[in-house]
Design a protein around this ligand. Structure first.
Ligand code: G4P
Length: 288
């Protein structure tokens, strides 16, 4: 079953963003470094076409460092785009961000022409964390600011630098099936829009190909080679005591354990997609 989740408030956010974009100089998109393509909003790419973009691969502390380098190179090769990795532990994210935006829009800045930047990202990608880590600076809340909608927050990062925050948003149709599963595994999709067991089986399938040693180490499994995803989920359930009366494995409980561990980085530094894989998934999705 393909994952789709675009509740009404996201549609409202889309309209607000379209309106706001007219006066924006740089668009920052916060991506999840564990799913740098699946977490990029294709709708935003179309809406902000031609504007300089800063792609931040957040949660890089949870992602596979070698694959993050591949994705940074991928995004940095795109026109009008700069990409950088970041994590919540970063000491000076604001400064890094401001400097990168200034580079992207060198003609803006100064009190006459303050740089206006919009920041977007999928739910749970770490936008609030990033903005909180900047909160030693002056933050203007919504409500008392004409033209700033209830959905938005305006953050003054410097006298000549304004950052507009937006609500976490997905898009109406997730075309790449693997991308939908990766978004769901990351925690960006509402629980009511996904089957956790199915999402976990897809996750395990990927981990068995690319991160089998990490998986074995986390759950103390010594014979995962050649196993199917559902067999591994059963093994994990048994190890973790997710057992129903009669000895059957509680697969839902086992799935919740794996998802929570993955989201917390307990399985290791993992990235769920590589550029070549993404291109192949996208090609297949287009052919359907
Ligand atoms: P959002 O506003 O984009 O929806 O995301 P938010 O900042 O609420 O972050 C979602 C979760 O991701 C939080 O964890 C947050 O701590 C975590 N997070 C954000 N940035 C990073 C990062 O760079 N690295 C890591 N490892 N984690 C990050 P939570 O479990 O929901 O809450 P809590 O642990 O902060 O209590």
């Amino acid at each position: 079953m393909a994952i789709q989740w675009f509740p009404g408030h996201m549609n409202k956010a889309r309209k607000d963003i379209t309106e706001r974009l007219k006066e924006i100089d740089v668009v920052i998109e916060l991506l999840d470094a564990r799913l740098p393509a699946s977490s990029a909003n294709p709708m935003l790419a179309r809406m902000a076409k031609g504007k300089p973009r800063l792609m931040i691969l957040n949660k890089q502390d949870l992602a596979d460092p070698a694959i993050t380098q591949q994705w940074l190179a991928w995004y940095n090769a795109k026109p009008h785009t700069q990409a950088l990795g970041m994590d919540a532990g970063e000491r000076a994210p604001a400064q890094k961000l401001v400097a990168a935006c200034r580079e992207l829009a060198p003609n803006r800045g100064g009190l006459e022409k303050p740089l206006r930047v919009l920041i977007c990202g999928i739910p749970n990608v770490g936008k609030s964390t990033l903005i909180n880590s900047m909160s030693s600076r002056k933050i203007a809340k919504t409500g008392n600011m004409p033209g700033v909608t209830k959905n938005e927050q305006r953050i003054i990062l410097a006298d000549d630098f304004e950052l507009f925050d937006t609500p976490g948003m997905l898009w109406p149709k997730i075309e790449v099936e693997e991308g939908g599963y990766n978004l769901a595994a990351s925690g960006a999709v509402g629980r009511n829009a996904m089957d956790e067991e199915e999402v976990t089986l897809e996750l395990l399938k990927y981990l068995l190909v690319h991160y089998a040693p990490e998986l074995s180490a986390r759950y103390k499994l010594d014979d995962v080679e050649g196993r199917q995803d559902w067999q591994v989920l059963e093994m994990i359930g048994r190890k973790r005591g997710a057992v129903l009366s009669g000895g059957r494995i509680n697969m839902q409980k086992a799935a919740e354990i794996v998802l929570t561990d993955f989201r917390d980085g307990q399985v290791g530094r993992i990235t769920l997609e590589r550029p070549d894989e993404w291109l192949a998934w996208e090609k297949r999705a287009k052919a359907i």
